[in-house]
Design a protein around this ligand. Sequence first.
Ligand SMILES: [Zn+2]
Length: 455
Amino acid sequence: MLFLAHRRGIIDQTSRNLAANGIALGMHGIVQAGREGDLRPQAMVQVASIDTLLARGIRSKTMPLPPADLIIFDETHRIRGRTREYLVSLYPDAVLLGLTATPCRGDGRGLGNIFETMIQAPQVAELIRLGFLVGARVFAPVDKDIAKGVRIEKGDYVVSALAERMNTTELVGDVVRDWLQHGERRRTVAFAVNVAHSVHIRDEFVRAGVRAEHLDGSTPLADREAILARLGSGETDVVSNCAVLTEGWDMPEVGCCILARPTKQLGLYRQMIGRVLRTAPGKTDAIILDHAGAWHRHGLPEDHIEWTLEVDARAENRTHEGRKRGEAPALRECPSCKQIMAAPPPCVHCGWEPRPRGREVDFLDGELGLVRGGRAVAAAYTPADKRRWYGELVALTRQMGKRPVGPTTSTSKSSAKSRPGIGKASKSSRRPRCAAMCVRARSPSRSGGGRHDIR
Ligand SMILES: [Zn+2]
């Protein structure tokens, strides 16, 4: 059996899992640069780095390819490509089993030119229900079209152009601000566009007093492991990276993900958010801070994805496409807690719902007359009474989340004119002055209200 992976972390993890299941190191061999001591050419099980195997077994021919009648290809969405497909083609009689959470190419097309059958494991929503993954709260603090107009090549944004768009003082500052506001100081992984952007994010966090580190493809292995160990222990709060931790990296304790890298690739998006959906003791959910507008393009983590083997078709989030066509409630940001709501209000996270639109009521300012002898007689109120009522009205206005307009301390006649909701006195002075308490409920759109949550 030959297990193929393209990342050191996956090879280590697989080797440990084999040992834990009775196939100790020695009974399985490892083919990977720097681990010559773990070579066991006679072992029935081989765990191999694809790149090392390609280099030694095909390019330099310094070692024979290990025999296999079962090949397990991990992160198999990466199987496409001339050399990898060639490697697999050298085992025409072996059963090929590909593993991936995102069975598609970068552009979303299926892998049907390599595989005959796709066996679908439960999807994210089901795994959350079964307790294998946690749900996510998605905050989307940026314009959903943040990457609009950025040049596209081979189905995704051109990195240099994308970095130019994203790596600005303002946007990186927002990343830090929003993390402080919504990130609950959880252990966090940030995905940046390129190295400079990732370093910038790290620097801004450090400037804000947050323990943050950066890693990229050129970070020496020992340093990378030390950085991730500090994240694991909680010594570091945020690790910013560029294309290193996107897949095949497993640290369930990480509870927050910052998406600062817009992508048109559904697979890449789901790989990035997948890093924080693993369960860990005490972890009840994940937080996704989407600075990339990815929710708008790709939908929510728990949406059902229609994967396909067809090379001429693409994986599709039909729920989300339905939202775009108006067949399902559109995703929107909760005005109160800023999380993305998948269903109409009330918000499942904070309970916010729009207040019913009040009827506009005509009113006359005045005082409630006291009925004496069959007719209402205006009561005589002292200035102190009036001051007290006005104070109560101001408090009520504030409680409704609105700003009282006009002076808050005076009850003089002149100031009463300028107060909204308190009109002129009755037209006829003979008529008893009537109901004075009048609150004109306004629709949220007109007043700017409704952004506040009254509970
Ligand atoms: Zn809410």
